[in-house]
Structures are given as structure tokens and as C-alpha cells.
Design a protein around this ligand. Structure first.
Ligand SMILES: [Cu+2]
Length: 411
């Protein structure tokens, strides 16, 4: 989809003039086109990406919104751009997660929940050294969807396997960044729900080689906190209740004509949960259900209610979104006052649809792009009322004069 307005045209023209005057070769190519003869330099691209100049800084949840860590940049032996990151895993971290004083006993990548937003460009060689601190008591790891550590996988630069890292040890993951898109990363050690709920996750953005149209950018990571840490442990299957005269371990035929009628009395049955269990009657089941008590965007409940995000009318914005919520089947994002173009997983430069709400399962992600026509204070929040009541709600403070934003069909 493509929007045009006077402001955007003026903005684009000024960018072109400035860039041309600086003689950046990439400026002479259409922003939205295909491969260019002279791609933008890595340094200039990193400037457009708003890469932080202080990768060691621990951003607050408010700062997290625009804090992009593009790593330590160098060239590898073949001349490819290499980006190196260090992630230190620490347990027993006390993380403030509300304005009411709730402190979460978290596990962190580099001291924050979520961990740093890692930002690289498609084709970069990425090295991520993960250090499991001496004082920790659990093994940990790093995992992100586009990284496959299978020996023969093309995404793997060195073919080295992924690692589970014991306390006091480190492991360096190396891979080629591809394909471009938005990815959650997280610790993949079992029980995973606990390692994720504790806070070992973040967002990785792989930018396309040719930049997306320039807009002001933000990152929003949706998460939650189950504060009942004493319930931690592996999820268990319900017990099997043998039935008198039943045969267990019946073979299941996957091919051929199976003309034998199933005799249900021969089948070992898994009991269907009673209403008591459905209603969470813990005495009858001996099992408790894990639920989140706090929901947030970027780590702290209601942070963007307390600190509204200031936007301007007529200015195009891009928000990288990822959902890492445990224990609830889905999460969602709903924006007031403007529709947004949605790019699922961020793996395509063409928007999927125009909407004001997206629903995301755990690990789902994408990109929102929008422009406000009118000034005002607009909410953005999950579209599950429970989540909004428990922290997942924020405000856009849109300033400026009303502007016209005509919408055109893609051509
Ligand atoms: Cu872990």
C-alpha cells in the first residue's frame, strides 16, 4: 500500500536533496524499487536505522522503544559485514514491572526485560556471544527463528551446532542474517515456559539490503509476567487411567485398509477434564494453572500511559511488533485514531492489509505503518480487556495541524 500527502512529498523531496548533496549513491535509486547498482553504505544505513551509539546502555522500557543495538561492526575475512553482540545471562535480577512497586525476580539478557533489540542487515555475518554468568544455577541458550544450526543448512555460516550453555560458560552463535524480517529471540532450554516467562527474550530485526522507505521507527515487544514462580516446572500430561481389560500400546496403522472396527473398551483412555478442572478447582486435580498477573508492552505496565509517545500529524511511523507472551493463547494490538498497514513477519515489502487490530500467537510478529491525520490523544492497547486492565495499554500524544491523508490503491 502506498500513501501520499503533501507532508510526505515535502519530506521525501528534502531527503532526496540532502542525500544528493552528500553524494550518497543509494539516493539516486528509487526507495521502493528492486536491487540497486550501488547499495547504501553500511554506515549511512546504520544512521538511518537509528542504531545506538552506546550498545552497553541498559535502556528503560520507555527508551527501549527506540533503542536499536546494531552491534560491533567489522569486516570478516571475505569482506562481508560482520556484527558482533555479547549477551550476558543473569538470574536473580530484580526488575520493576509496574508503577505500584511490583518487582519481578527475573532472568535477563544484558540486565533488561525484554533483552536488547538486535538489528542487523540481510547478508550480514552475525556473531552473538552468550555468556551464562558464574552465579547462575541454570543452563541457558539463544534461539531465533531464522537461525538453523543444522550442519548442512544454508543459513549457518560455520555449520557449528547451537549450544546449551552451563553456568560459567559461554557459546558464540554465528549465522548469516536472512531472510529479512522481524524475529523474537529467546532461551530455548526446558522448561521453556519458565525460561521465557522469567524474561529471557528480545527482538531481532533483519533489515532488507535495500532500505525500506524512511520513517520514524519504534519497537514494541508484547509480554506478560506470571508472578507465581513457585509453580515453575515442566508441563505434565494428564495421568492415564487404565480401564479394566484394556490393551495398551495399540499399534496405529498409517496405511492399508483397516477394516477392523474399533472396540472402545480396548482403548486406554485419557480422562476428559471435569468442569471442576476447567474452572481451575485445584484441589481435585492437584495441578494449578499458570496465568499472567501483569501484561505489558516493552516491559513495564502502563509505562506509555505514564509517558505518552509523542507523534506528529502527517509524519509516517513504523513499529516493529513481536509477541512473546506465555500462558495465554493469543495477544493483540489495537490502535485508535488511525488505521495501519500490516506486514506479517516483516518478510515482504508489500503490506498484507489495512487494519486497526492484529491478533498474534506466541512468536508472531510483524510491522505496523501509520500516519495520523488529526492531533489528539489516542490509546493503543491489547484488544483483550483483561490484558489492558493489567497493564497492556499506552497513549499516542499526536501533535500538529490536521492534514489530509488520501489513500490510493497500490500500483
Ligand atoms: Cu534459559
Amino acid at each position: 500500500m502506498f500513501r501520499q500527502n503533501a507532508f510526505f512529498r515535502a519530506f521525501a523531496l528534502s531527503v532526496i536533496l540532502i542525500v544528493s548533496s552528500l553524494n550518497f549513491p543509494f539516493l539516486n535509486s528509487p526507495v521502493n524499487g528492486q536491487a540497486t547498482e550501488s547499495p547504501i553504505s553500511q554506515q549511512e544505513y546504520d544512521k538511518i536505522k537509528n542504531c545506538t551509539t552506546d550498545p552497553s546502555k541498559k535502556p528503560t522500557p520507555v527508551e527501549y522503544l527506540t533503542h536499536f543495538n546494531c552491534g560491533h561492526v567489522s569486516k570478516d575475512a571475505t569482506g562481508e559485514t560482520m556484527r558482533q553482540f555479547t549477551l550476558i545471562v543473569d538470574e536473580a535480577q530484580k526488575i520493576p514491572i509496574t508503577y505500584e512497586g511490583h518487582i519481578f525476580e527475573g532472568w535477563t539478557f544484558n540486565g533488561t526485560i525484554p533483552g536488547p533489540t538486535i538489528r542487523v542487515t540481510e547478508g550480514d555475518v552475525v556473531r552473538i556471544r552468550v555468556i551464562n554468568s558464574n552465579d547462575n544455577t541454570n543452563a541457558h541458550s539463544f534461539y531465533a527463528q531464522p537461525i538453523n544450526f543444522g550442519k548442512d543448512n544454508a543459513f549457518t555460516k560455520t555449520g557449528q551446532p547451537g549450544g546449551t550453555i552451563s553456568p560459567g560458560r559461554s557459546f558464540t552463535y554465528e549465522f548469516v542474517a536472512q531472510p529479512f524480517g522481524v524475529y523474537p529471540y529467546y532461551c530455548h532450554v526446558e522448561p521453556m515456559a519458565d525460561h521465557i516467562n522469567r524474561g529471557l527474550y528480545g527482538m531481532m530485526i533483519i533489515d532488507p539490503k535495500e532500505p525500506r522507505p524512511e520513517k520514524e521507527e519504534m519497537a514494541m515487544l508484547l509480554n506478560g509476567y506470571d508472578l507465581d514462580l513457585d509453580l515453575e516446572g515442566p508441563t505434565e500430561l494428564p495421568p492415564i487411567v487404565p480401564i479394566e481389560g484394556a490393551q495398551s500400546n495399540l499399534p496405529i496403522e498409517l496405511s492399508g485398509n483397516n477394516t477392523t472396527e474399533t472396540n472402545m473398551s480396548n482403548v486406554t483412555q485419557v480422562p476428559i477434564p471435569s468442569n471442576d478442572e476447567e474452572n481451575g478447582n485445584e484441589e481435585s486435580t492437584g495441578r494449578e494453572q499458570r496465568v499472567n498477573e501483569i501484561y505489558t508492552v516493552n516491559g513495564k505496565a502502563f509505562d506509555y500511559m505514564m509517558n505518552p509517545i509523542v507523534l506528529n500529524t502527517g509524519k509516517p511511523y513504523r513499529v516493529y511488533v513481536a509477541n512473546i507472551l506465555e500462558f495465554d493463547p493469543v495477544n493483540s494490538v489495537h490502535v485508535h485514531g488511525a488505521m495501519f498497514d500490516w506486514y506479517s513477519a516483516g518478510t515482504n515489502k508489500t503490506a498484507d492489509f489495512l487494519t486497526d487490530i492484529v491478533t498474534l500467537a506466541k512468536g508472531d510478529r510483524g510491522i505496523m505503518e501509520f500516519t495520523y491525520a488529526y492531533p489528539g490523544t489516542y490509546m493503543f492497547h491489547a484488544h483483550q480487556t483483561l490484558f489492558t486492565d493489567l497493564g497492556w495499554m499506552g497513549l499516542f500524544d499526536v501533535r500538529g495541524n490536521p492534514v489530509e491523508i488520501p489513500r490510493t490503491d497500490p500500483t
